[in-house]
Write a protein that binds this ligand. Structure first.
Ligand code: NAD
Length: 358
């Protein structure tokens, strides 16, 4: 491949990143692929491929680096033999034509990492895209259940978040009984709808908000819940607030308005900045760190790589363990005077350091 002149800002971001490996390539259509391997101490760097329009290549690169780092800590805390990586496809057209060609080309870029990076589905990509990648590249997880994979990771992510909620309820109220507790869910998409199912079965009162009215109407035919507006949901009076839509919802502006006792949701990178966690604690709100409780999906992806392939019972057992992991995070926070997010990071880093010293 010929060498590409990178825009100066993107080059600066890539040059200063604390990652093992990063590649930025350009497709003839003008699309960019950024692949980041953050850390492979515990195993190959697994992380999905995101397809998005970003304002600049530098922002896309920064996002890919942050997400790859997040994957390292998520997998480490879940005790998976995986490191952290991520890919971003930056595409400024609406991909109607050329989608298959783009993913075939992306498969070649993944191959260049020789197995150090393993890709999967993520925001903006579909299982069908991953199937295209799989035709040319073996470093792929999250394939269709028809092709021996575990299929949709969302039900497992929801089950894990539910376990994190149980551990959080126990810590705040001394019992993981959901009856009489109110849970406010922001976003009932792939994960939120399965969470709604668990919560309904456990007897919780559920309030939901979603920007898509059709989702709410469809779910309303199956479950009983109250609907709040998108503007109200984050500041509702409730026991658990569960962000299951977008990143960075826990902002400096929102925190003074919170009226919940617990935050436990599926969304990645919920904290606008790590520094806001102390403001959450100062409001006497318990934050269950996102990457500690939303690892159900990556647990499923990791399972496909086990000898003999995906086994549902093994995935279930590992996802249920998120309850214990969340409790361990809270205990670590207590014993070392840390905030839960800091404690989760500490435990994840400790696993990586222990592996390095072996
Ligand atoms: P999704 O796109 O299927 O669902 C998100 C839902 O949120 C949609 O229904 C959307 O309409 C709604 N929404 C968007 N903005 C909103 C707003 N401001 N207020 C209320 N609703 C809003 O996504 P998903 O797969 O359910 O994932 C949800 C979150 O969890 C994402 O942040 C994702 O990165 C994270 N996550 C998902 C998985 C997984 O297995 N799918 C795993 C780990 C983390």
């Amino acid at each position: 491949m010929s060498k590409i002149e990178l825009p100066e800002n993107a080059l600066k971001v890539a040059e200063t990143a604390e990652v093992e490996q990063i590649s930025i390539s350009r497709h003839p259509s003008g699309a960019w692929a950024i692949i980041v391997v953050h850390d492979t101490t515990l195993g190959p760097a697994l992380g999905g491929c995101r397809l998005r329009k970003y304002p600049t290549l530098a922002l896309a690169t920064r996002d890919a680096i942050g997400l790859a780092e997040g994957m390292t800590f998520k997998s480490a805390l879940a005790d998976l033999p995986l490191g952290g990586g991520k890919a971003v496809l930056l595409e400024d057209r609406n991909l109607v034509d050329g989608r298959v060609e783009l993913f075939q080309w992306f498969a070649e870029r993944v191959n260049e990492f020789g197995g150090r990076y393993v890709t999967a589905e993520d925001m903006g990509t579909r299982v069908s895209d991953i199937e295209v990648v799989k035709e040319r590249c073996q470093h792929v997880t999250g394939v269709d259940s028809k092709n021996g994979g575990g299929g949709d990771p969302s039900p497992w992510t929801a089950l894990g978040v539910f376990q994190g909620m149980r551990a959080s309820l126990e810590r705040v109220y001394g019992s993981d009984d959901f009856s009489g507790r109110t849970v406010a869910i922001q976003g009932v998409g792939n994960v939120g709808r399965f969470l709604l199912d668990h919560l309904s079965k456990a007897g919780a009162r559920v309030v939901v908000a979603d920007t898509r009215k059709t989702e709410l109407e469809e779910l309303g035919r199956k479950y009983e819940f109250q609907v709040a507006s998108v503007d109200e949901i984050l500041t509702m009076e409730c026991d658990i607030l569960s962000p299951c839509a977008v990143s960075h919802v826990l902002s400096e502006e929102l925190i003074p308005k919170l009226r919940c006792r617990i935050i436990a949701g599926a969304a990645n990178t919920q904290l606008e900045a790590r520094s806001v966690e102390k403001d959450i604690a100062a409001k006497n709100v318990l934050y269950a760190p996102d990457f500690a409780i939303n690892s159900g999906g990556v647990i499923l992806c990791a399972d496909e790589r086990e000898e003999g392939g995906y086994l549902e019972s093994r995935v279930r057992e590992r996802v249920l363990r998120i309850y214990e992991t969340t409790k361990k995070v809270f205990e670590q926070a207590d014993s070392s005077n840390m905030l839960p997010g800091e404690a989760a990071l500490f435990l994840a880093k400790q696993k990586i350091e222990n592996a390095k010293s072996k």
